[in-house]
Ligand binder design. Structure first.
Ligand code: FEO
Length: 397
């Protein structure tokens, strides 16, 4: 049971999920995930967001304990993805007088997902609207596409707390403590790269808009829907989110290769060795068939250099490499020093297809090395030169 008063009259009532194997059916959860929800107690009692439906039982126990027999007046829905909206019906059943607070898009989605058609359930709010609940006032700030179109943040003026939805969230269940200064946060920062690149990565422009919108607001505590409440490491979390959403990265290189018989793998090894000889310390090498695309995306967002290699396969790209490039295109990857190498046996396609992807990504290729069958000593030298050129290009990013 994870209940904690995080500020005067404001309580964490979220739950941990260490059962779900893949978030959104896609992304591994080696450290679990928390679904955060908060109660604001005053003359009126407010719940901010709910949790995934499978955890509704424990969640309602938490709420009942904090409310101590009092009624729930408002349920604010900052974000409608079902990991946060999944228990809305349970809440309405338990507290039938509750008003669900959301914007027009949110209310439409609740009707679509949960068939709560009765308009008496709802209180619609717009950007900048406020609700006074006694000694506290809630202000609603629309932040569309962080991560869905209806997403908004809720600000509680008096203790200067922002409930931010998915923004500043991260994977990893909460292991007892809730606020950052009560725990070792290393795992959450490690997981933040994965969370951002996997889930929110496509929406960097919108994250930037949201950051600009809240920049002038006095905020002392960030309460996201996943991961720790940020107080002490507030600035670090905001800075990391700002960098990732702008496409700013660290010095380092990711090498991803696909291989059937080990030939392209050889060239990946040659590239890695050359980067090391050039003094690059952060070098991540992934075999795309076996590595989790989730981890690959996280490191690609994290580092400036990127090398992708793979064979021609039935006149197309090797399928795991194609899937990765598609994922990068969806996320509108930017600011990378990109080199590729493609191999073939009797008809080359990979080289042209890599070139086409680089155009669609808007990332010029530092090198595009074409390898026939096992390749040649010249190919090995070309790969070393590609590594040298990427090291040079990284310095300019
Ligand atoms: Fe944690 Fe976009 O849901």
């Amino acid at each position: 049971m994870n209940i904690k008063e995080i500020s005067g009259g404001i309580y964490y009532v979220g739950v941990n999920d260490r059962t779900t194997q893949r978030f959104e059916g896609l992304w591994p959860l080696p450290y679990g995930v928390s679904y955060n929800s908060y109660i604001i107690k005053s003359d009126k009692n407010v719940l901010v967001d709910t949790v995934e439906q499978s955890e509704a039982g424990l969640f309602i126990e938490n709420i009942e304990k904090v409310l101590g027999g009092k009624d729930l007046d408002y349920l604010v829905i900052n974000h409608m993805e079902p990991d946060h909206s999944g228990s809305i019906v349970d809440i309405v059943n338990r507290y039938p007088n509750v008003k669900i607070v959301g914007n027009a898009l949110t209310i439409n989605m609740i009707k679509g997902f949960y068939r709560l058609e009765n308009s008496n359930h709802y209180l619609a709010v717009k950007d900048g609207d406020t609700i006074n609940i006694g000694d506290k006032t809630l202000k609603f700030i629309m932040t569309p596409m962080v991560h869905w179109p209806e997403t908004m943040m809720t600000y509680v003026c008096e203790p200067a707390i922002m409930f931010t939805g998915d923004a500043f969230g991260t994977f990893g269940a909460l292991n007892g403590a809730v606020i950052d200064h009560e725990m070792n946060t290393d795992v959450y920062f490690h997981e933040m790269y994965r969370y951002y690149s996997n889930i929110v990565g496509k929406y960097g422009v919108h994250v930037q808009k949201a950051l600009a919108k809240v920049a002038g607001i006095d905020i002392k505590m960030i309460c996201p829907t996943h991961g720790p409440v940020w107080v002490e490491e507030f600035a670090r979390v905001v800075e990391l989110t700002d960098k990732l959403s702008k496409g700013e990265a660290e010095d380092g290189v990711v090498i991803v290769y696909g291989t059937m018989y080990g030939n392209t793998a050889r060239y990946a090894e040659i590239a890695a060795q050359r980067f090391a000889e050039n003094g690059i310390k952060n070098i991540k090498v992934y075999n795309a068939t076996f590595a989790e695309i989730s981890d690959i995306l996280a490191d690609i967002f994290r580092y400036k250099g990127l090398v992708i290699g793979g064979p021609t396969y039935s006149a197309n790209l090797f399928p795991p490499i194609e899937a990765l490039l598609k994922a990068l295109e969806v996320r509108e990857l930017k600011n990378k020093a990109l080199g590729v190498f493609g191999s073939y046996t009797w008809a080359s396609s990979a080289t042209k297809l890599f070139h086409d992807y680089s155009l669609r990504l808007g990332l010029p290729l530092v090198s595009n090395v074409e390898i026939r069958q096992r390749g040649s000593e010249q190919n090995e030298e070309d790969i070393r030169m590609m590594a040298d050129n990427i090291v040079h290009a990284i310095k300019l990013l």
